[in-house]
Design a protein around this ligand. Sequence first.
Ligand code: NAP
Length: 494
Amino acid sequence: MTADRENELLASIPTGLYIDGAWRPASTGAEFDVIDPATERVLARVADASPADGEAALAAAHAAQRDWARTAPRARAEILRRAFESVTERVDDFALAMTLEMGKPLAEARGEVAYGAEFLRWFSEEASRISGRFATAPDGANRLMVVRRPVGPSLFITPWNFPLAMATRKIAPAIAAGCTMVLKPAALTPLTALLLTSVLEDAGLPRGVLNVIPTTRAGAVTGPLIKDSRLRKLSFTGSTEVGRRLIADSADQVLRVSMELGGNAPFIVFEDADLDAAVDGAVLAKMRNGGEACVAANRFLVHTEVVDEFTERFTERMRSFTPARGTEPDSTIGPMVDAATCDKIESLVAGAVEGGAAVALGGVRPDGPGYFYPPTVLTGVPHDARILDEEIFGPVAPITTFATEEEAIRRANATPFGLVAFAYTQDLNRALRLAEELETGMLGINAGVVSNPAAPFGGVKQSGLGREGGFEGIEEFLEATYVGIADPFAANRS
Ligand code: NAP
């Protein structure tokens, strides 16, 4: 990858706020730096929205809502379809933007472009399938009509780890349903969202429907919007800690909320597992996105009969990763997103080792520049180690053991989180028991990745509320209005 190609792409991405169909600087003139986590160098300076800019964005979304709700579903579908085609054609631009601002290797970034674009296609197909219902009341008299309507102006707050897909997973169903919106992308990764915005603008999205306000003052800018009666919906993806606060703030307006929050995924390997498949799946579930994924395997629970063989084979695979800036052709793991992420990983590993865990691989943070952390395997991790309770968000695999199915289920469920679980077994009945007994929104059976635009993504317990993707994804943006109609034959009967 040449520096010229990087500079050419960076120069082509808008760096302003996008409000009411126009690019503009922040009202205060403020800007902030976007940093390359592999080199710690500044990539771009982006307009830093103020609370007044946030208010202007919501005003634009509110003003556009009525007309947008009345557009033909097919018209909304076609905008999404054009955006899907454009993102797909520009896969290299989107992939490079993500690699530069977030760090993941280009091959992985391309994978995210395909995944993120699919939400545009899936919801372009869903837009024209929104339906209500009409029925005769059980007593045979009145008629019951249910009309589906867009919920209204929505606020989206998205994280840095999947800068494209976390945005399209909200924007696409909102467009399909006829909602207008304000997007606040993570300050670490605004460029991908701004590039997506320019694609949606070119695809014909009317002014005011999507407003984008990168800011370094997330709470100060979005807080007043959440308390503003013009807002009707909040959809957040990020940490449980922030999500919990936003749910509390949403109570004032009784906002509809969707929350895609943190996880603590167990990866369970039973004694009857196909170990080749389990090792492949473990590498995927742990190392996708460098471990910086809410669905990353966070705890490995391996049956005592197979733990030695699994650990040996898995460690060899973890050893084969090549850490390098994501633009390097041989890079298979890029840097973590920032220094704070590396610090947290380092402290979780140190805590586990102090508690008695052994380091089978990695565990030593290299010198900079760049926020690199090496693939790491810990064995004999004590059951009370903090690393088993908290999201690691990095390439560290803590391995523990279990002796019975009951113990595996009990330990897998012993967390306030419930986003995803992975289990490897060849016993169909056991797999079905797990589907009923694991407290999780998603379960991978002999599969290390479950994310799919056609499936409902989301968690139970403190991992969230609501679902994104699938048929369920558009429901988050629709209200039901029930219309009771008097018996049309009443006059004939009297
Ligand atoms: P985060 O710190 O909660 O931030 C997420 C978003 O919230 C960012 O845009 C952030 O803005 C914003 N934010 C932070 N404080 C806020 C406040 N007081 N008011 C309003 N917005 C605020 O999470 P993160 O570190 O970016 O992302 C990692 C977390 O996201 C992990 O816990 C991961 O599991 C979770 N996640 C969940 C899913 C899912 O689908 N369940 C998917 C991906 C990630 P700034 O960054 O600009 O401060």
